[in-house]
Design a binder for this molecule. Structure first.
Ligand SMILES: Cc1cc2nc3c(=O)[nH]c(=O)nc-3n(C[C@H](O)[C@H](O)[C@H](O)COP(=O)(O)OP(=O)(O)OC[C@H]3O[C@@H](n4cnc5c(N)ncnc54)[C@H](O)[C@@H]3O)c2cc1C
Length: 426
């Protein structure tokens, strides 16, 4: 039986494991922490703006399981907040066990607390991975879904230091890239000012630390917008954020809170003594990162050079997905790349032609467009998402943005890819 090992259990790795299992492989998913979902443990927003189209496309292609799970576990649906329409928000506290069960139901073996620390290579092929403790794990093909966030050294060098985020590097050991260990030179994303990396764009406040009035409004409406006093407004920091879709004035002059289970604050960090001067936030306390007063995780430090099938350059049996494959922001974006990488990993073992998504689909155009952008210095300074900024503008200009399910299904059928991820290839 074909054996696929996926490294990294964020949304991208979960999707890659799922699509490889659906395509008929025996799949092992390795995750360095004790929980799946990676940065998805603290995100939660989906189906906003062009992410609706991306999710529906994946569903039409037979890769909808994870979106169906997000929908089923949504705290709010169809909400509006500055710059964003028809957003859903999944419950970040209860999402992980649900995803774990779905993957296990597909027969995927999941090993948490298992960090890949090295790669054994023979020529242009990976023979095995070495995990903490020294054990070797062999497979026919590998998927690098280790993301680009952290570790502490990067947060110190390019950010404000370790802010004690949900990735918990001090406890589980730093992120290690399979691609880099296979001696492939990685690509570094940049901030608008040209320096390396970008800071994650939101932090979470414990909901119980908000005033009763704000908490009740947040829970019933999903969103609360609070004006920020002029002396606390941080216009200059917007260009440093990972989430360029929120780098608009409304997020500098207001605090936007979203109900993800925690109160998600749509800014990278905010000094707690300043936060507590805002009416209703007098007792505010951070849930993630714990040091949300001073900073957040740094990302985009190490994407793999790969083609639009998501095969890593120069290594015959290595694919990649998520932030590792494309300078992307988003669970939806991570999932669509994961589905493709997992399917192509199985195709590799069967000597089949790799799947490359056509540019008439938003997922195909997104991967191809961002790869083109990543060729230039300026392109490396942007982050790409269906939910805003340059790529959402492009989606609209190219008439790729749609919230019409029948139309999206039709597009997928027109290119013969309906249910492609539900086909057993073996
Ligand atoms: C604070 C924050 C809020 C966000 N909010 C949203 C949101 O609301 N909506 C949205 O769509 N997007 C949001 N995003 C962005 C989104 O979470 C990411 O772009 C996307 O989920 C990335 O997924 P990934 O699987 O590529 O990487 P990651 O989520 O980084 O996952 C990588 C995984 O690999 C593991 N790993 C790393 N190295 C190893 C190794 N050597 N061995 C084993 N495992 C390893 C890590 O522990 C991690 O679990 C947010 C991001 C952050 C940081």
């Amino acid at each position: 039986m074909i054996k696929v090992v996926v490294v990294g259990g964020g949304w991208a790795g979960c999707a890659a494991a799922l699509s490889a299992a659906k395509a008929g492989a025996q799949v092992l998913l390795l995750e360095r922490t004790d929980l799946l979902l990676g940065t998805g443990l603290v995100g939660g927003i989906f189906r906003n703006n062009g992410r609706y189209t991306g999710a529906e496309e994946a569903i039409a292609m037979g890769g909808g399981d994870l979106f169906v799970a997000m929908d089923a576990n949504a705290r709010h649906k169809g909400i509006k907040f500055p710059g964003h329409n028809h957003a859903s928000i999944y419950d970040v506290i209860t999402m992980e066990p649900l995803v774990k069960r779905i993957l296990q139901n597909y027969g995927i073996e999941i090993k948490t607390n298992t960090r890949v620390v090295d790669v054994l290579k023979y020529g242009k092929k990976i023979q095995a991975l070495i995990v903490d403790g020294g054990n070797e794990i062999k497979a026919d093909v590998f998927v690098d879904a280790t993301g680009t966030a952290g570790p502490m050294g990067n947060c110190l060098t390019y950010g404000n230091g370790c802010a004690m985020c949900v990735l918990r590097c001090p406890a589980f050991g730093p992120r290690i890239s399979v691609t880099a260990k296979a001696d492939v030179k990685e690509i570094m994303g940049r901030k608008a000012d040209g320096s390396f990396g970008a800071m994650s764009g939101s932090c979470k406040i414990n909901k119980d630390s908000l005033s009763r009035e704000i908490r009740d409004r947040l829970e019933s409406e999903g969103v609360v917008v609070l004006p920020v006093p002029e002396k606390l407004q941080k216009n200059g920091s917007l260009g440093k954020k990972a989430c360029t879709q929120y780098a608009i004035t409304e997020y500098a002059v207001n605090l936007v809170l979203l109900d993800t289970g925690h109160a998600k604050l749509m800014t990278s960090y905010f000094p707690i003594e300043d936060l507590r001067t805002i009416p209703g936030l007098e007792q505010a306390r951070y849930e993630d990162p714990y040091a949300g007063s001073i900073g957040n995780s740094m990302r985009y430090l190490g994407s793999a050079p790969c083609d639009n099938t998501l095969k890593v350059e120069t290594i015959e049996n290595l694919f990649c997905c998520g932030e590792k494959a494309v300078i992307l922001v988003g669970h939806t974006e991570a999932v669509i790349t994961g589905l493709l990488a997992g399917n192509n990993a199985v195709r590799h073992c069967l000597d089949m032609q790799y799947l490359e998504l056509p540019r008439t689909l938003v997922s195909g155009d997104f991967i191809a467009f961002v790869h083109e952008q990543m060729q230039s210095e300026i392109g490396l300074r942007m982050r790409y998402t269906f939910s805003g900024s340059v790529y959402f503008e492009r989606m609209k200009a190219m008439s790729l943005y749609s919230t019409n399910r029948a139309e999206i299904n039709e597009r997928v059928r027109n290119v013969g890819l309906n249910e492609v991820y539900n086909e057993c290839l073996v």
